[in-house]
Design a protein around this ligand. Structure first.
Ligand code: GLV
Length: 309
């Protein structure tokens, strides 16, 4: 019997139970923080508390219910000698690309202005931006970002991608490393971030970065909040350098009630919902990771602690 210690939204447990049944032999899902949980073989978690795993002497590996592992990196009590695996789920790549395209097109086609006109019963044509040739830059062109980049290219946008290391994607001009960040940013109309949070990506979208973009550019952050310097973003919105921002992630979540983003007319606040975990589409890889951990084999998508994701 494989014992899976679960931490996250407890109402998700029946979904995981159903999706893992048939993919694993005998298993049970128990709450990680319970006494039974302390005897778990593997853990399936999102944002567990510090010291959650120091109580688990049998633990062979940890599987995340999402992609980002920045909170695990910050927790000095997470064991580093057993595998930590993150989800790389095509359904989440789909969801994140839909969310990015939704916000980009709404901005590019002046959705907010037309909704405002409708509310006032105003029938007025606004100048339309060019349908082709607008420049979109994707920060982070790994498993998710490469899907997003290809889809923006298919919509007729000119697409650039930025990653830590060199990449090649058909129809996308790729830039690698901090030395090429300014060239990547030069003249972009829309920026989409799906970067992981690491020391290199913290504060990456700051005043210097914004200065390189086209005037009136739009920022879409589906990566992590601290990648944006909030003060610089608000100043760039105020000066008109930026035309708007759609944000799904924030330095502090939930976004504090008194934060300026809530009521800023050019900011769209999403409560970290761009890509929610889908227990059905993720089941195969979670079951494969558990099987590998139980067999002492190397699971796929193991987090590299030195790289930070
Ligand atoms: C969500 O933000 C995730 O990292 O999966």
């Amino acid at each position: 019997m494989i014992r899976i210690g679960f931490y996250g939204s407890l109402e998700d447990i029946p979904g995981w139970q159903a999706s893992l049944a048939g993919r694993l032999a005998a298993f049970e899902i128990v709450e990680l923080m319970s006494d039974q949980g302390a005897a778990c073989d593997v853990a399936l978690v999102w944002a567990p508390p510090a010291n959650a795993f120091t109580r688990c002497p049998n633990l062979r590996g940890i599987i995340m219910q999402g992609q980002g592992v920045d909170h695990m990196m910050r927790d000095g009590t997470v064991p580093r000698d057993i595998p930590l695996v993150r989800l790389v789920d095509p359904d989440m790549a789909n969801a994140l690309s839909h969310w990015a395209i939704l916000n980009a097109l709404d901005f590019w086609r002046d959705g907010a202005l037309y909704r405002d006109q409708q509310a006032r019963r105003v029938w007025q044509h606004l100048p339309q931006r060019a349908a082709t040739g607008a420049k979109v830059g994707i920060l982070g062109i790994g498993a998710i970002g490469s899907v997003i980049a290809r889809r923006f290219a298919a919509l007729g946008f000119e697409v650039r991608g930025y990653a830590r290391t060199e990449r090649e994607i058909d129809g996308v001009t790729c830039f690698a490393g901090p030395g090429q960040l300014a060239a990547f940013a030069k003249g972009l109309d829309i920026v989409v971030s799906v970067l992981p949070l690491t020391p290199d990506t913290t504060g990456l979208m700051n005043a210097d970065f914004f200065a390189n973009l086209a005037d009136g550019a739009f920022i879409i952050n589906g990566g992590r909040g601290p990648q944006v310097n909030d003060t610089d973003l608000l100043a760039a919105l105020e000066s008109g350098k930026l035309g708007g921002a759609a944000l799904d992630v924030f330095t502090v979540e939930p976004l504090p009630q008194d934060h300026a983003f809530w009521i800023h007319p050019k900011v769209r606040v999403w409560p970290h919902v761009a890509a929610q975990t889908n227990a059905t589409s993720a089941a195969d890889q979670v079951a494969a990771a558990i099987t590998a951990m139980m067999d002492g084999a190397e699971p796929a998508n193991r987090v590299d602690w030195s790289r930070g994701y």
